[in-house]
Write a protein that binds this ligand. Structure first.
Ligand SMILES: [Zn+2]
Length: 246
């Protein structure tokens, strides 16, 4: 029995597995990443190579999460338990495993990888809101995205902040840092294949940030002015080219 068959039959004991399943490990993925794709009667699972050395029971939980996601509409009704939730021992093992990775994932303290303003933002926020005892995750600048301002990746234990905030007021950077550190601290809960990151506890703790009542407004103003600046910068080269080449 393949891992996919095993995962399916444990999740849907009454149902027949009618798909042709393909499972592939890839070195191109980020650590502990995985995807699934459905094409006709076939399911294609692509797992990061790091899953190869992980216990089969946990990989089964991962595959079950992916199955629930992709077969959502067709099969879910059949697998719900009395509480209306879809879960299995393997899925819980998987969740715990992912939460555990964020605790032990290597933190790169080497020179060149760290950034002074991210480091000091972490230090300020840790001191003020986490009694100075939060473990430091990897910290890095991401692309200059307006949509994804910051994120925490459990798989690699990394907080990424949009490069737009390189020269932002300290309070804004610290706010993003605080939000992402809350993710690291509170982890997530999942049910029915949906992952909840912003629980009511999360929202409550978010309010502890000093000045939280006006921070979203400040954030919006900052983003608006960054957008304006970016437009100006982008227009200037065109303008120069017009006059220097024609
Ligand atoms: Zn969040």
């Amino acid at each position: 029995m393949s891992l996919v068959d095993e995962a399916f039959s444990r999740l849907f004991p009454e149902a027949a597995f009618t798909y042709a399943a393909h499972l592939r490990y890839s070195g191109k993925f980020k650590q502990y990443n995985a995807t699934v794709r459905k094409a006709g009667g076939a399911l294609y699972f692509n797992l990061s190579r790091s899953w190869k050395s992980t216990s089969e029971e946990i990989v089964i939980g991962l595959i079950q999460h992916l199955l629930v996601k992709i077969l959502r509409s067709e099969r879910l009704a059949a697998a719900k338990d009395n509480s209306g939730k879809i879960s299995s021992l393997n899925m819980q093992l998987y969740d715990d495993f992912i939460k555990g990775i964020s605790e032990v994932a290597a933190v790169n303290n080497g020179s060149g990888s760290s950034d002074e303003s991210l480091e000091s933002s972490f230090a300020r926020v840790n001191e003020k809101y986490f009694f100075g005892i939060a473990d430091k995750p990897n910290l890095r600048w991401g692309l200059g995205s307006f949509r994804k301002l910051a994120s925490y990746d459990y798989h690699t234990n990394t907080i990424t902040v949009s490069s737009l905030f390189r020269d932002a007021p300290q309070q804004l950077l610290d706010y993003l840092m605080y939000h992402e550190l809350l993710h690291k601290k509170l982890k997530f809960s999942s049910s029915n294949g949906r992952v909840q990151h912003h629980s009511s506890e999360f929202r409550r703790l978010e309010l502890d940030f000093e000045g939280s009542s006006t921070i979203e407004q400040k954030l919006n103003l900052f983003l608006r002015s960054s957008r304006r600046q970016l437009r100006n910068v982008r227009q200037r080269p065109n303008w120069l080219r017009l006059f220097s080449f024609q």
